[in-house]
Ligand binder design. Structure first.
Ligand code: ATP
Ligand code: MG
Length: 253
């Protein structure tokens, strides 16, 4: 249960933070994940803690890309599992994607806890926890170099809600089409992804599910056209412009 008063001006942000702390207590999230979340909160503050029209546009294109993919995979880390487990499972179902646990701070026990948490929220199958299918990706020098043979290694499109820059760049070098959610439009993740959704994961994933349901059944050619027309750098610039807009234009000064 939430301890945050609904009247508090940061109520929603504090509720999200509580969810993450709860994930930490359950052993899904590491301390570094709490710090990463804090950095995200600062960018969300600048966005006004709402989904912008630029994020909505990126979400639509991301939904089209996942539906158009032959082997889409959703890569799940501790923070993502703590913040939006049910919605990630729903998304996997709507776009026909595999869910794969992939941790920057690797730990088999934590990976298994995250997989169980996803199953508890309705996942039928979670990859990334069976050592028999683990393959090493040579380009990645962090702990995250292990991926699942049936998942990320075989994927054409990888959705990484919350990812590290090195890892995103490595996925690109492996010729994966990468979709990221990142509140920081300046991060290496944001710049390396093919589609970057500059929004809080908590808001973005339910919208992705809705958009994917709406686009589901559209012809492949139409989905591909939606993806082709998207310009990620321009979209990132627009999100950044909005964050940097003088406070007085937003009624603050
Ligand atoms: P990069 O490695 O991509 O250059 P970084 O090293 O600055 O980025 P990381 O520590 O790898 O950042 O990841 C933290 C980032 O994740 C934050 O800066 C924020 O933008 C993003 N982030 C954290 N929580 C959320 C969230 N709930 N929704 C969206 N993005 C988030
Ligand atoms: Mg990083």
């Amino acid at each position: 249960m939430s301890h945050v008063s609904a009247k508090h001006p940061r109520a929603e942000s504090l509720r999200i933070r509580e969810r993450l702390v709860e994930g930490f207590r359950r052993g899904l999230v590491v301390p570094e994940g709490l710090a990463a979340h804090g950095r995200g909160e600062a960018f969300d503050y600048l966005l006004g803690e709402r989904t912008t029209r630029w994020a909505r546009r990126a979400i639509r294109v991301a939904a089209a890309a996942m539906l158009a993919a032959s082997r889409p995979v959703i890569s799940v880390n501790g923070n993502a599992a703590a913040l939006a487990p049910r919605e990630l499972v729903r998304l996997a179902r709507v776009v026909g994607a595999e869910l794969e646990v992939n941790l920057f701070h690797a730990s088999d026990a934590r990976a298994r806890r995250i997989a169980r948490w996803l199953v508890h929220h309705g996942a039928r199958r979670v990859l990334g926890v069976d050592p028999r299918y683990a393959v090493r990706i040579p380009e990645i020098h962090s702990n995250r170099r292990w991926v699942d043979k049936r998942g990320i290694e075989a994927a054409d499109v990888v959705f990484v809600p919350l990812e590290d820059g090195d890892r995103t760049e490595a996925l690109r070098r492996l010729r994966k089409f990468v979709i990221a959610v990142d509140l920081n439009p300046l991060s290496r993740t944001a710049r390396a992804a093919h589609i970057t959704i500059v929004d809080n994961l908590v808001r973005a994933v339910p919208l992705l599910v809705r958009e994917a349901s709406r686009l589901s059944g559209r012809p492949q050619s139409e989905l591909e056209r939606i993806v082709r027309r998207f310009d990620n750098s321009e979209n990132l610039r627009s999100s950044l412009d909005l964050m940097l807009r003088p406070a007085r234009l937003r009624g603050l000064g």
